[in-house]
Design a protein around this ligand. Structure first.
Ligand code: ADP
Ligand code: ASP
Ligand code: MG
Length: 465
């Protein structure tokens, strides 16, 4: 049994939906198909909600174009005898969306809960269309079995409950099941929530893990997981095989190809992930498994997270590295804040520093100030400083850290080109080397790093190291 996930671009047009139909019907295997909203629709649903909240009457035109886009797709991809049935299901959903927009306009406000309802319509509608487009498919409603719980200000999957509900739901009879990704409901209130932007991958992984699928196929718009984002590095090439850890690191450092939480559930069950191209189904794609071949290249990929900030902690206390390290990590983790990198103090100045995403900066400062309140009071910490407008560049490959030449080489390459390295990783990961650099230099740094490791030719060669 296989789980296949098709992203927004794969279900974005009548032509691409034609490819999806061919791929699934050609599978001749029991499968669950998870789909995103039509490409670009989630952004549009959000933008339209904001318009309505701001009192901009054009939201009505936007709503009309959302309606028409779905009607055109139904017209193109659904068999004549099924069109009426599909419209009977999606019309009430579109009407409900419209009522939500009118409500937002009337209120002049857009609470998070309402936005969650608004964005849910994307997958609720696309999944109905795809289920009626594929011969012999049956629709399942992800709002019924993907459950979230509150964690600080976020909704996170209640994986245990979701696992049980998925097992129950999908024990029913079907050959091809189709369901929407991304959407969920709160386990306590039943309110509509979601798994976060890009979350359809995660829905598919939760289902693959619960059902012990033989593979999780992520169908997207590129030939596989590449050495870098092909939109930034045109020479980037497909990595045929990478490990779960490598893909996890690349994705947490900004490679958009898979939503980061996706990897845990399948990694845990040792279910391989395969990245495939809906627009070029013959391409071999990328296999992500628990081990890579020994002959594989040492550097698998390069990625970057923009919007990084560095927090520097000055004072005597900064020299007590193990303690400050663990207290900072624990306090931030407890508050759901991800730390990209930690810089240890050097001999010259007692400064401990860590990098976080700029959207988390304000909270991170508050958490650190609370955690170290006694030291601030006693003067062991003299100052906490935030440096914004930075990016974290990551170079990933299993055991990359065991070869010290790789880090030195990258550091020199960046410095030689005048890119200021504000911090570099010294953490525990054996798989990633990361650098904090000015955000304005990130594209140049990615290009330099890529050509340094892979050459300009797109041919990987470990000897160039
Ligand atoms: P989907 O809509 O199918 O979920 P996404 O847009 O979320 O697709 O992810 C696919 C995109 O990720 C690609 O079009 C590509 O531009 C981008 N991307 C970023 N880094 C990488 C990488 N290392 N390898 C492949 N694609 C990448
Ligand atoms: N439609 C959602 C988004 O655009 C979820 C997804 O596509 O994975 O973020
Ligand atoms: Mg995606």
């Amino acid at each position: 049994m296989k789980v296949l996930k098709f992203g927004g671009t794969s279900v974005g047009t009548s032509e691409s939906l034609g490819n999806v139909k061919k791929i699934v019907e050609g599978l001749k295997d029991r499968c669950v198909v998870i789909v995103s909203a039509l490409g670009g629709l989630t952004d549009k649903l959000i933008a339209t909600a904001k318009m309505a909240a701001e009192g901009n009457g054009s939201y009505k035109d936007e709503m009309q174009s959302i309606r028409l886009r779905h009607y055109n797709i139904v017209n193109d991809v659904i068999a004549e005898d099924k069109k009426g049935e599909v419209l009977e299901i999606i019309n009430p959903l579109l009407d409900e969306l419209e009522r939500n927009y009118d409500g937002i306009a009337l209120l002049g406000d857009l609470p998070g809960r309402t936005l969650d309802v608004v964005v849910s319509f994307g997958e609720r509608i696309s999944s109905v269309i795809v289920s009626r487009m594929i011969d012999g498919a049956r629709h399942f409603n992800s709002l019924d079995y993907v459950k979230t719980e509150k964690w600080f200000n976020k909704n996170i999957a209640d994986t245990e409950l979701t696992n049980t509900l998925i097992k129950d739901t999908f024990s029913e009879d079907y050959e091809i099941a189709v369901a929407g990704g991304f959407i969920s409901t709160d386990r306590d209130t039943g309110e509509i929530t979601n798994l976060g932007r890009g979350g359809s991958d995660y829905t598919a992984a939760l289902i693959a893990a619960a059902l012990d699928a033989e593979v999780l196929q992520i169908w997207t718009d590129v030939d596989g997981f590449m050495t870098a984002d092909p939109r930034i590095i045109p020479e980037a090439f497909v990595v045929v095989h990478m490990t779960f850890i490598e893909s996890m690191e690349l994705c947490s450092f900004g490679a958009k190809v898979i939503y980061p939480p996706t990897i845990y559930p399948v990694f845990h069950k040792n279910i391989p992930i395969r990245i495939l191209n809906t627009f070029n189904p013959e391409a071999p794609g990328t296999w992500i498994t628990d081990s890579a071949k020994v002959t594989d290249i040492p550097v698998k990929g390069i990625s970057a997270v923009r919007q990084t900030s560095l927090v520097e902690i000055y004072g005597e206390c900064a020299s007590n590295v193990p303690e400050i390290n663990s207290r900072t990590f624990n306090a931030l983790a407890k508050n759901g804040i991800n730390v990209y990198l930690v810089r240890q103090p050097d001999d010259e100045k007692a400064v401990f520093a860590f990098a976080v995403g700029t959207p988390d900066l304000e909270r991170a400062l508050k958490v650190v100030e609370e955690e170290f309140a006694p030291e601030i009071l006693s003067g062991d910490i003299t100052e906490t400083l935030a440096i914004p407008d930075l990016a974290t560049l990551a170079v990933v490959g299993d055991n990359i850290r065991s070869d010290t030449r790789i880090k030195a080489r990258l550091f020199n390459t960046l410095q030689r080109d005048g890119i200021d390295v504000l911090a570099s990783s010294t953490g525990s990961s054996q798989t990633t080397i990361s650098f904090v650099i000015p955000e304005q230099d990130v594209t140049r740094a990615l290009r330099l790093a890529h050509s340094s490791f892979f050459g300009g030719t797109g041919i990987s060669d470990s000897e160039t190291l």
